[in-house]
Design a protein. Structure first.
Lengths: 270, 292, 422
């Protein structure tokens, strides 16, 4: 019992330390802009500018940006989960020639830096008439090796015997994927979904390059619009950042519940 | 039998195709184009010009690129093992029934979603040579000449590595947490019956059960370390001098800023090859261990 | 066989993903009837000058409407480069700085507007020279021209019993800054604040000594570095390492009265004016000329123009040219001066209008600071500029963070420029 309390206290201290930059963010969001970067840091604002949280909705069309970001994040996450887990099944539970080589080549492409092919990609998309559409970003981010790789690694931990048994029972491969593997991989799906959602939500360079019309912008673009040529409104930026974290927090708390079967609890003495 | 093989191949491909098709059209084509560009000179507007291996020769002579390559390697050497340990530790710690579990997990994940500007400012403040708490603590424990961290060419890289470990550990914790769920409960129960201690169970049940996930994390971490960009740009922007200049930054500068896309592609190609070799080695090791 | 297939794949990819040939320009017949002109701008919402210009222009040309293409300031060049690479048809492209301008111009991405640059109006444009390209050709016209002055906080100087700065030499400036430094910790007030940009030291010394930042010989930086380091040593300015790592805002330093003086560009005037109007600061300020080298009787400073150019692929090039000329001409200047922006076009009338703005200091010295004898370009333009810029910046950090001595820093600037820039 005492150990438990002690552990909790230690965790609380660790969490507080880890959260220091976040606290700075919150503090900055309640300041006047010219009070944000002071030497030394002032943790408590001289006067609390609660109106920042109201003003930001007037300064930028945050509602529109929020809507676009939600749309992009949800669609891209859904497509990643669907195509990623589907392809991962092919790569881990089916046997056919060239499978491993293809998988390796696939994973290797994660290593190509985006800065290198960003412009050719843009030119291609423009030729297809897709620039300045949300569709371009969906296409850009919904397919890729990351989700496939992630799901494939989790499928590796599911014993092949399960699939064999299902085949004996006359299930097709698609049936096995849908009825056996998917339900078993909920924690993996939750983690892929969570990470994809967060990455799409926070992506800046992709939307920046592809979206020109203001009514298509995402939150991250909205936040950076507070940076001008010679100066920046960091107080507003932090206000927006704090607001934009809230939806992620909800997603995280929903997603992380899939990580509790308490297995390791019985494994390690707690 | 041959027919069975054919069928398998077809069905296998049908699984892969939806994702693969999208990937090939959207990303692979421009990647190959970029690869082609590394043998050309291109200003992004006029028609590219074939120059053979000139870009690669230039790369061998370019001091900044060599420094960036070295810095990137250093960064990866620090970032990969430390993040791995921190993420695994967090996952094990936070995979138990505990009051406020959701809060602690969220706290561990928060660094990853905190605005980079906030990260840069606060960590630089912590590392400030004069009034930063890190150095005050070092003074306190009797170190007279604590390092200058982000203002010093020697210590900027360690400071950046520490910050990035702090930032990324929650991200990889999520992967480990999901991995821990897939270890069958029976293994633990069986080992309990055998009278294994907690440590033994960790070594002989948890770690082997996590192997596919550990492999995933290792590869992703390696790749992401070699591609590091955002954090460095906001925290030190490669400085002081060139002390934390990394390859992605060099690619960005040569391509977008200088307008020499052929040369930038050549650097990207080298970065890709480097990561490819490392990944190959890891795959090879992993396959050997899986078989044994 | 495999190699041939790979080459074929590569060629196909290149063909799909790169422009095969530069697109022809969309020259249109004389602009008649309503036209929608697209103009690339940065951070429209926080950069009022654009809207002001657009309003003035559409009022004078009712048949033209303007559609701004809003691009975030922080990564403006990245997006413009990408857009132009893909054959984008945005009509007017704003040139954020001269280095980028030179690059677009030399690639042939901008329309030749030499005729407009040689008109009588253009003679009154400050900073026009910066846009001269090979063969005496111009591809952009500046609409604003910012240059550097010394801002000071009247209250802080009075409190320290010091006279307001007039024609200071650098030594006098250093001494004054030391005297103005007071307090410690939270209540510390610095004598002056040098922002982290290399120009604060390098561009001003180039302008005042006649040194050339592209020359590869940088001994002329030495005096200025000694002055800057002396200030830092005495604690009379925020130390460089802290300023860089804490992302110190120069506006914050001045507006929250943490510094008594500050060398900075004239773009800051519009900012202080609007902050004071909003009530977020009550700093009582004025400007003086930049400190000079001993023995100089003239006021020399440096500056950087901002310009509009016409895209070669513009859909409406005639209307676009019209806009560029309007913005840089007297009417554009009037609109800009009304919100505190320093227009490139200068005349007595504009100057009078400028100093009549509410909140502007009206003393003689401020007016004198506003009409320097010579404004050098911040950084000369050539195809080597951006490479040298990177090197000078990296070595600047090392000197200011005391990782290298002034001599060693200058020496490595020289060797690096010699070896790495070809």
């Amino acid at each position: 019992m005492i150990r438990r309390v002690l552990l909790n206290v230690m965790l609380l201290i660790a969490a507080a330390v880890i959260l220091v930059p976040f606290l700075w963010m919150v503090s900055a969001s309640l300041k006047r802009n010219n009070e944000v970067f002071t030497i030394p840091i002032e943790w408590v604002p001289q006067s609390f500018q609660w109106n920042n949280f109201a003003d930001i909705w007037e300064r930028i069309p945050l509602g529109t940006y929020l809507g676009n970001t939600v749309l992009l994040s949800v669609v891209i996450t859904f497509l990643q989960l669907l195509t990623g887990s589907f392809a991962a099944y092919g790569f881990s539970k089916m046997r056919f020639p060239g499978r491993d080589a293809l998988f390796f080549a696939y994973v290797a492409t994660i290593a190509v830096p985006w800065q290198a092919y960003m412009i050719p990609q843009y030119i291609m998309m423009r030729k297809a008439g897709l620039t300045d559409t949300l569709l371009s970003l969906i296409l850009l981010q919904a397919f890729g090796a990351f989700g496939v790789f992630l799901m494939r690694q989790y499928y590796q931990t599911i014993p092949d015997e399960l699939c064999e048994a299902a085949r004996m029972d006359g299930l097709t491969e698609y049936g096995i994927w849908a009825r056996i593997i998917l339900p078993l991989s909920k924690p993996a799906l939750a983690s892929l979904g969570l990470l994809t959602f967060v990455n799409t939500w926070n992506d800046y360079m992709g939307p920046f390059i592809y979206l020109t019309s203001n009514d298509l912008w995402t939150i991250q673009l909205g936040l950076r619009s507070f940076v001008g040529q010679f100066d920046a409104d960091y107080a507003m930026m932090m206000t927006g950042s704090v607001l934009s974290i809230l939806p992620i927090l909800v997603i995280f708390l929903l997603g992380q519940r899939y990580f509790i079967q308490g297995i390791a609890t019985s494994g390690m003495k707690g | 039998m041959a027919q069975q093989k054919w069928r398998n191949t077809l069905v296998g491909w049908s699984f892969i195709l939806p994702n693969f098709l999208g990937f090939v059209i959207i990303s692979l084509v421009p990647m190959i184009a970029a690869f082609g560009l590394s043998f050309m000179e291109w200003d992004s507007f006029n028609a590219p010009e074939w120059v053979g291996l000139d870009n690669f020769e230039r790369l061998l002579r370019d001091e900044s690129t060599k420094i960036a390559l070295w810095n990137t390697t250093l960064y990866a050497l620090g970032h990969v093992p430390l993040t791995m340990l921190a993420a695994l530790g967090l996952a094990l710690l936070l995979n138990r029934r505990l009051a406020g579990l959701g809060f602690f997990r969220a706290a561990a994940f928060f660094p990853y979603i905190t605005s980079l500007v906030a990260v840069a400012v606060v960590w630089n403040m912590l590392f400030n040579p004069e009034f930063g708490p890190v150095n005050q603590f070092l003074h306190f424990i009797g170190i007279d000449n604590p390092p200058g961290w982000t203002t010093s060419t020697t210590w900027a890289m360690p400071a950046v590595i520490l910050t990035s470990v702090w930032r990324d550990m929650g991200y990889y914790m999520v992967l480990f947490l999901a991995g821990l769920q897939s270890i069958p409960r029976e293994y633990y129960e069986a080992s309990k019956v055998d009278g294994a201690t907690g440590w033994q169970r960790f070594l002989f049940v948890t770690l082997p059960g996590l192997r596919p996930v550990t492999f995933l994390v290792l590869i992703l971490l390696t790749v992401q370390s070699f591609k590091v960009f955002d954090l460095i740009v906001v925290m030190t922007d490669g400085g002081p001098g060139r002390a934390t200049l990394v390859l992605s930054q060099q690619i960005y500068r040569q391509g977008i800023i200088e307008g020499e896309f052929g040369y930038a592609s050549a650097i990207s190609f080298v970065l890709f090859l480097l990561v490819l070799v490392l990944t190959l080695i890891q795959f090879w090791f992993n396959n050997r261990r899986e078989r044994s | 066989m495999i190699r041939r297939r790979m080459l074929a794949a590569m060629a196909t990819a290149v063909a799909i993903a790169l422009p095969v040939s530069a697109c022809g320009s969309g020259e249109e017949p004389a602009a008649n009837g309503p036209v929608t002109l697209s103009v690339s701008v940065w951070s429209l919402a926080s950069t009022p000058e654009f809207q002001v210009l657009f309003d003035a222009f559409t009022k004078a040309n009712p048949d033209i409407t303007i559609k701004p293409v809003d691009i975030l300031a922080a990564d403006y060049p990245t997006k413009v480069t990408t857009m132009l690479a893909s054959g984008d048809q945005t009509d007017v492209i704003t040139m954020k700085n001269v280095i980028e301008y030179a690059r677009y111009a030399s690639r042939g991405q901008l329309l030749d507007i030499t005729a407009a640059a040689k008109s009588d109006t253009a003679k009154k444009l400050g900073g026009l020279d910066a846009f001269k390209q090979e063969g005496d050709k111009y591809y952009a016209l500046p609409y604003r021209q910012d240059f550097w002055v010394l801002y000071y906080n009247k209250k802080l100087l009075e409190a320290a019993g010091q006279a307001f700065p007039t024609n200071l030499t650098w030594d006098q400036y250093v001494e004054l800054a030391k005297k103005l430094t007071t307090g410690s910790g939270q209540s510390k007030v610095y004598g002056t604040y040098h922002h982290t940009w290399r120009s604060v030291t390098q561009a001003i010394s180039a302008a005042q000594t006649g040194g050339d930042q592209l020359s590869g010989d940088y001994k002329f930086f030495a005096d200025q570095y000694r002055a800057a380091l002396a200030l830092q040593e005495a604690g009379a300015t925020l130390d460089f390492g802290t300023a860089v790592t804490q992302k110190t805002g120069y506006a914050s330093m001045f507006e929250t009265q943490k510094t008594a003086m500050m060398p900075m560009g004239t773009w800051f005037i519009a900012k202080v004016l609007s902050e004071k109007q909003k009530g977020t600061t009550n700093v009582d300020w004025a400007i003086a000329p930049m400190p000079q080298r001993p023995g100089s009787s003239k006021i020399t400073t440096f500056g950087s123009p901002t310009a509009f150019a016409v895209n070669k692929n513009a859909k409406h090039s005639a209307a676009a040219k019209k806009f560029v000329e309007f913005a840089s001409g007297p009417e554009g200047a009037k609109a800009l001066a009304a919100i505190g922006i320093v227009p490139a076009y200068s005349s007595d009338e504009i100057l009078k209008q400028y100093f009549a703005l509410t909140g502007m200091p009206t003393d003689e010295m401020s007016k004198k600071a506003f009409t320097p004898d010579k404004v050098n370009l911040e950084m000369p333009v050539s195809d080597k500029t951006s490479k040298i810029d990177t090197i000078l910046n990296e070595e600047h950090q090392l000197i200011m963070a005391k990782q290298k001595s002034v001599e060693d820093g200058i020496k490595s600037m020289e060797t690096r420029v010699k070896n790495e820039v070809s």
